[in-house]
Design a binder for this molecule. Structure first.
Ligand SMILES: Cc1cc2nc3c(=O)[nH]c(=O)nc-3n(C[C@H](O)[C@H](O)[C@H](O)COP(=O)(O)O)c2cc1C
Length: 192
């Protein structure tokens, strides 16, 4: 049985990303977000409209999405708690500039995507950027001999929780190949 809960936010598990952008004050900068998804060559990413990142991405119309792993959780938090500061310096982040966008690709992240802004939608204090993916880069150790992603080696940080508390969670060792599970069944039932 489910019960209704009172909360202003309920995040049900989203990968943490570090958004890189050109900054008019600090040259380049990074902000932590958990609000993104991609479909084909389209990427959607949202941030508080009051953030330094939004001001600059609206101006320069390009950004990068970088996926960190657990080992740099300290940098994830520095970039998520010091609004408007020089977070590349504070978190000692090294980077290259994109091939198609003037924004930083973070060395310590296992995956980076170069994006240009296609459209911007403000809603309830959040700015949603719909972007076009220009280039995808993946750490060599996550690619096989045929340049395909080794999905079982990919370990992002997941962010979830409610008003009361938000936590980071990590994948376990299990995986199933998509499209091969329709004949499977399980006795486990938690809810629904
Ligand atoms: C794990 C994590 C996830 C976050 N996700 C988001 C998010 O999805 N959207 C958002 O607006 N802020 C998010 N934040 C908060 C911003 O990173 C934070 O407000 C930051 O200081 C904004 O910096 P800026 O004003 O310099 O851009 C998150 C912070 C953390 C630590």
């Amino acid at each position: 049985m489910k019960v209704e809960i009172e909360t202003k936010k309920l995040y049900y598990g989203f990968p943490v990303i570090l958004v890189g952008y050109k900054d008019s004050k600090w040259n380049y900068n990074v902000t932590t977000s958990s609000s993104s998804y991609t479909l084909g060559d389209t990427i959607t990413m949202a941030l508080s409209s009051a953030s330094n990142a939004v001001k600059n991405i609206e101006q320069y119309k390009e950004f990068t999405v970088n996926v960190p792993r657990q080992s740099i959780l300290n940098k994830v938090e520095i970039c998520g708690f010091y609004s408007g500061q020089n977070k590349i310096g504070m978190a000692d982040i090294t980077y290259d500039i994109g091939k198609y966008v003037d924004a930083p690709l973070l060395d310590e992240c296992m995956l980076s995507i170069e994006c240009t802004v296609h459209s911007i939608i403000d809603h309830n204090g959040y700015t949603n950027f719909i972007g076009t993916i220009k280039r995808r880069l993946v750490c060599e150790s996550l690619i096989d001999a045929e340049s395909k992603l080794i999905g079982t080696e990919f370990n992002p940080i997941y962010f979830l929780g409610d008003d009361n508390q938000r936590i980071y969670r990590y994948f376990n060792e299990e995986s199933n190949i998509s499209g091969e599970n329709m004949g499977c069944s399980s006795n486990e039932s938690i809810c629904g």
